[in-house]
Structure formats: C-alpha cells, structure tokens
Design a binder for this molecule. Structure first.
Ligand SMILES: NC(=O)c1ccc[n+]([C@@H]2O[C@H](COP(=O)([O-])OP(=O)(O)OC[C@H]3O[C@@H](n4cnc5c(N)ncnc54)[C@H](O)[C@@H]3O)[C@@H](O)[C@H]2O)c1
Length: 360
C-alpha cells in the first residue's frame, strides 16, 4: 500500500492496521513504537531520512518515557487526538464494540480473567491471554474446551496464549511483544493477574513477613506496571485503553485489618493508573481501574471458609445481598476497555454490589 504526501507536506497513511513487526523498527529513532511500522513502510518506499523522521521530531508531540508517542496511521499528530465525530450519536457503534480489536487479558487462565477474555472475544476481539499457569482454570473445570485458547478459537477469534510470570519484566515484555507481532497493535489491555495469594493469618499490617510483602507487590503491582510499560508503545493511538484491576480493599480495609499489603499494592496500582492517565491522555490512550468487591470466582469460593473472606454471613454487609459473579464483572471491562467510555480516564469503577456503603 502506498504512502501519500498531501499538499501540506505531511505524509498520510492508510487507516488499515498493519501487521506489527518489531524487527522493522530497528532503524528508527525510537526503535520500538508502533509508528515504526509506518516508518518501516516508508523505508520500503525509499523515503529520505528527513521525511522519515519529520513526525518524530514534531514539537507538538509530548514525549512519553523518553520516547516520542506512537502515531496511528492516518492521524496527524497536531490534529485533535480524540476527534471522532461532530454528530451526536455517532459514537454509539452499530457493530460489536471489539470487532477486529486486539485485546490483552492477563491472568486469563481462570476466574475473572477467563471471563473477560471470553466476553471480549464474543464481542469480536482477537485476544492475547497471559498467565503463569495457563491450565489453572482447566483443573477447576471452569470451561469445557481443551484450553482457554481453544475456547477463544471456537468463537472464531484469533488468540495468542503465553505462559509467563508477569512479575518478571522480561517475561512481561516478551509476552506483550508477541501479541503485537502476531495480532497487531494493541487496542486494550486488561491487567487482571494478581490476588491475595499469601496466607490470611499473616496478612495484617503488623505481621506480614518480607517474603509475602515482596510477592504481593510483585504480583499485584509490578506485573501491571511491566505490562503497561511494554504495551503503551505498541498501542493504538488515539483510542487505546488500559484497564487495571484493583480491589475494593484499596478503599476500605477488612474489618480485622487483614490483606493489608495486598490492598496497599492495589492502591499503588490505582495511583499509578491515574499517572498513566495524565501522561497518556494527550496521545489518546486512556487508563482506568476496576475495583471488584467480593466476587465468587472458583478460587475465592473454594478458599472462603479458610480465609474468612466471602463467607455466607458476609452478604449482610452488601446492599445487593449477594456475592458477585464473574458475569457481573465483564460489563465494566467492556465499558472501560472500549470507546463507550471515550471521555473517561483516571477513574475507578467499583463493582461491589454496594460493599462499603454500610457503615457498621
Ligand atoms: N475474586 C475476588 O473477590 C476479587 C476481589 C477483588 C479483587 N480481585 C482481583 O481480581 C483479579 C482476578 O481475581 P480472581 O479471583 O479471578 O483470581 P484467580 O486466582 O482466579 O485468577 C488470577 C489469575 O492470575 C494468574 N496470575 C497470578 N499471578 C500471576 C503472575 N505473576 N503472572 C501471570 N499470571 C499470574 C493466576 O495464575 C490466575 O490464573 C486479581 O487481580 C484479584 O486481586 C479479586
């Protein structure tokens, strides 16, 4: 496909998404951004050096993390980034909101992550699924297919499944790059991997041991930071959406003070998300959080009695008088991960059935 140069002297690109090839970016100034696909294309077209770098040097572009932000093909950097339509009603789409979009869901082997991945695939997304144990949900009989990847393929969507410990920066980076390389630029990333995975009886603010503190911060905070840092340069701009999953515990503690470090790690993710929103707003990437309440995923339901969290007597503290289900969560992810929430960034939606509204 040919690149054209209009009378303004600015090159424009076809709006169609290109296959991402990180290797094509080696020659370019930033070496990794998605706009390098366009630049790579221009290398093929034989454009000269000054044309190739004209947009990268544009002073209208704010720098992100020391790099220039990505530029979507067909969008000139000085145009209003979120210009979509002047007509009321045009934002509501008639096609599935994720049709042809590329979505990453972390911690997608089971529980809520599995629900998000399947829901977004049903809405038309191609999905990258990451988990440190891709068979976790299969062992709990959470789906019938041989694997989550097969369940997504059965919906007619493309899938890239990566088994990776996302609290390791290199593994997170390589997983995200694999998705961009095989599926294309990333439209939405849902950072869901995590959990209050250390023993509850030593999860108080005063008795959490070093190993637990380190693990909880790595799994619940750093894994999301690493995935965001890897994904942002490869995201669609404008229009990319980051959805970070935290917990209601970031706002209100367990009545005995348990899960202190877990909640603090998720609160850190909330603050980090607000900073992402500020930094990335100018290039049209939004960042928001979802705080689940007590959601009866298979893991939580199985451990409820032992952990004293999600036991039946606790529903009286929930205005809707029941625990949440995975299906209760997917709508919020669909909303924050799509253009339905095009003017919302830096926010957190609590999906809790009203947990926390009752004072005693
Ligand atoms: N279930 C709840 O009641 C509840 C409440 C508030 C917040 N949350 C949060 O929602 C998210 C999902 O919770 P869930 O109940 O579905 O949990 P889950 O244990 O069923 O699923 C979490 C998945 O994340 C994966 N994971 C964990 N650490 C990882 C790592 N380092 N690298 C890659 N994958 C990793 C696990 O293998 C697992 O498949 C978590 O972040 C959790 O903290 C859950």
């Amino acid at each position: 496909m040919m690149t054209s140069i209009k009378a303004t002297g600015r090159p424009t690109y076809p709006r169609r998404k290109r296959h991402f090839d990180a290797r094509a970016c080696d020659q370019h100034v930033c070496g990794k951004y998605r706009d390098c696909v366009a630049y790579g294309h221009r290398h093929e077209q034989g454009a000269n050096e000054s044309e190739r770098h004209a947009e990268a040097d544009d002073p209208c572009l704010p720098a992100i993390g020391g790099h220039r932000p990505p530029v979507a093909p067909g969008v000139l950097p000085c145009e209003p980034m979120l210009k979509q339509s002047d007509k009321v009603g045009d934002v509501m789409m008639t096609q599935p909101r994720f049709d042809g979009k590329v979505v990453i869901v972390t911690g997608a082997a089971g529980g809520m992550g599995l629900g998000y991945a399947l829901h977004l695939a049903k809405l038309g997304a191609d999905v990258g699924i990451f988990d440190k144990d891709l068979d976790a949900g299969k062992r709990n009989s959470e789906y019938d297919a041989d694997s989550v990847a097969d369940a997504i393929k059965a919906l007619g969507r493309r899938v890239v499944a990566v088994q990776a410990d996302l609290s390791n920066r290199a593994e997170a980076q390589s997983a995200v790059e694999k998705v961009a390389r095989e599926l294309g630029p990333i439209d939405t990333i849902v950072n869901n991997a995590g959990g209050a995975i250390t023993p509850a009886d030593r999860s108080y603010a005063t008795n959490s041991p070093d190993d637990d503190i380190e693990l909880l911060i790595k799994v619940n905070f750093l894994s999301a930071v690493y995935c965001c840092q890897a994904a942002v340069p490869l995201m669609t701009t404008p229009g990319g959406a980051i959805v970070n999953i935290i917990t209601f515990g970031a706002f209100a503690g367990d009545s005995h003070g348990k899960y202190a470090v877990y909640s603090a790690a998720k609160a850190a993710l909330l603050t980090y998300t607000r900073h992402l929103a500020v930094e990335l707003g100018p290039v049209g990437i939004r960042a928001n959080c979802i705080a689940p309440g007590l959601i009866h995923t298979p893991r939580v339901a199985a451990a409820a009695a032992a952990r004293g969290m999600g036991t039946n007597d606790q529903t009286s503290g929930i205005p809707l008088r029941r625990f949440g289900k995975v299906d209760d969560m997917v709508g919020a992810v669909e909303f924050l991960g799509s253009d339905m929430s095009a003017y919302i960034t830096g926010e957190c939606i609590r999906v809790t059935g009203g947990l926390g509204l009752i004072s005693l």
